[in-house]
Ligand binder design. Structure first.
Ligand code: MTE
Length: 324
C-alpha cells in the first residue's frame, strides 16, 4: 500500500518522506522498488511450489450471471505470484513463498455480534452452502495496478442470511486469521495492528456482487490469495477484500479497519474505486494491468471499477469528490 512505482508519481504529489513514513514503512517501500524489477520467469518459479500443493483440487462450479467482464484473464502465475498479504511479508512475491505455512484445515468462521445467536461454521459446511459460481471480476488495488480474476464463490448475502443478523446490525466486520508464530513477517516489517480487519456497510455486504470467495481459476484458493475463504468486493480498492477470514461480526457502528487505522487520510472506510479522487501520493486515473506486455498495460480506471450500474445507488447523496 505504501509501495509505489516511482515513475507513476508526480514529483508535486510526493509528500516529504518524514511526514508519512516511519523507518519500517520506508523499508517496505525500498523492498517494493525491488519487486517492480521482478520478471515473469522468476514469478513462475516462485509460484510453482504452491501450485503443486493445490494441483488437482478442482472445485465444482456453475456459470454465473454476475460474471461482469469478458476481458482477458490475468494469467494464473500473476494472480498467484503478485500478491498483497502482509501477514506473510511485504514484497509482492513473499505471500507465494511464505503462505504455505497457513493451516487451512481444520478451519472455522465464527459469527458474532448483533445476531440472533452466535454460530460457528466449518469451512466444509460453507463450501456446500450454495452452488459455487465462476465469477470473473476486475480487481483494482489502491496502488494503481489491476488484474482480471476468475474467482469462485457465492454471494456473501447468501451466507449473511444464515447468520440471522438483527435489524440493529448496520455494518459487518471481517477479521483475518492471525498467529504471530506463523505470520511473523508482517509483524516485523510493518506497524499494522493485527489481525487484519475490514468492514462494509450492511447494504454493501448484501449487494449480490460481494463475493464469499473459496477459489480462483476453478481451483481451491491458493494460500497466498487468502485460503480457505476471503471476501471480494470488486467495486472497491482491493484492501477492502479481507483474506483468510476467521471471524465475522455484525455491529452497529463503522468498525475499525486496518488501512484506515494506518492512515485515515489515505485509505477511507468506503474506498470505492474512483478515478476522480487521487490518492494523496499518486494518481488514480489509470492503472497498470498486471501480466500484459508493457505497451498494453496502461488502462483507464473506471468509476466503481466499472460496476456503477450495480452499486452506484448505494452512495446516493454522498459526495463522490471525496476519498471518504
Ligand atoms: N487481507 C489480509 N488479511 N492481509 C492483507 O495484507 N491485503 C489486501 C487484500 N486483503 C491483505 C488482505 C490488499 S491491499 C489487496 S490489493 C488484496 O488483498 C490483494 O489480493 P490478491 O493478493 O489476491 O490479489
Amino acid at each position: 500500500m505504501l509501495i509505489q512505482k516511482p515513475s507513476e508519481i508526480l514529483s508535486s504529489a510526493i509528500t516529504p518522506k518524514e511526514q508519512y513514513v516511519n523507518r519500517r514503512r520506508f523499508l517496505r517501500g525500498a523492498v517494493g522498488v525491488g519487486v517492480a524489477a521482478l520478471g515473469a520467469e522468476r514469478l513462475a518459479r516462485i509460484v510453482a511450489p504452491g501450485r503443486e500443493v493445490f494441483a488437482g483440487t478442482k472445485l465444482q462450479t456453475v456459470k454465473s450471471p454476475l460474471t461482469t467482464t469478458d476481458e482477458d484473464l490475468t494469467p494464473y502465475e500473476y494472480v498467484t505470484g503478485y500478491n498483497n498479504f502482509y501477514e506473510f511479508g511485504v514484497s509482492k512475491d513473499d505471500p507465494a513463498r511464505n503462505a504455505g505455512a497457513l493451516p487451512t484445515r481444520p478451519w472455522t468462521v465464527r459469527v458474532e455480534g448483533l445476531v440472533k445467536q452466535p454460530k460457528t461454521f466449518d469451512i466444509d459446511t460453507l463450501l456446500k452452502l450454495r452452488p459455487l459460481e465462476d465469477r470473473v471480476y476486475r480487481h483494482r488495488c489502491v496502488e494503481a495496478w489491476s488484474m482480471v480474476v476468475p474467482w469462485v464463490g457465492y454471494s456473501l448475502s447468501e451466507f449473511i442470511k444464515q447468520c440471522e443478523p438483527l435489524s440493529t446490525a448496520k455494518y459487518v466486520q471481517f477479521l483475518s486469521y492471525y498467529d504471530p508464530r506463523i505470520e511473523h513477517w508482517g509483524r516485523e516489517e510493518t506497524s499494522i495492528y493485527w489481525p487484519y480487519s475490514e468492514g462494509l456497510r450492511m447494504d454493501e455486504a448484501m449487494n449480490p456482487l460481494t463475493l464469499l470467495t473459496f477459489g480462483l481459476y476453478g481451483e481451491v484458493l491458493p494460500n497466498q490469495n487468502g485460503a480457505p475463504v476471503r471476501i471480494v468486493v470488486p467495486w472497491k480498492y482491493g484492501f477492502k477484500s479481507a483474506k483468510s477470514i476467521v471471524k465475522i461480526r455484525f455491529v452497529k457502528g463503522e468498525p475499525h479497519t486496518t488501512w484506515n487505522d494506518e492512515n485515515s487520510t489515505e485509505y477511507g472506510f468506503y474506498s470505492n474505486v474512483n478515478p476522480n479522487v487521487d490518492h494523496p501520493r499518486w494518481s488514480q486515473k489509470t492503472e497498470r494491468r498486471i501480466g500484459l506486455p508493457f505497451y498494453a498495460q496502461r488502462k483507464t480506471t473506471l468509476m466503481f471499477n466499472g460496476y456503477g450500474d450495480q452499486v452506484a445507488y448505494l452512495y446516493n447523496g454522498m459526495d463522490l469528490r471525496k476519498n471518504f
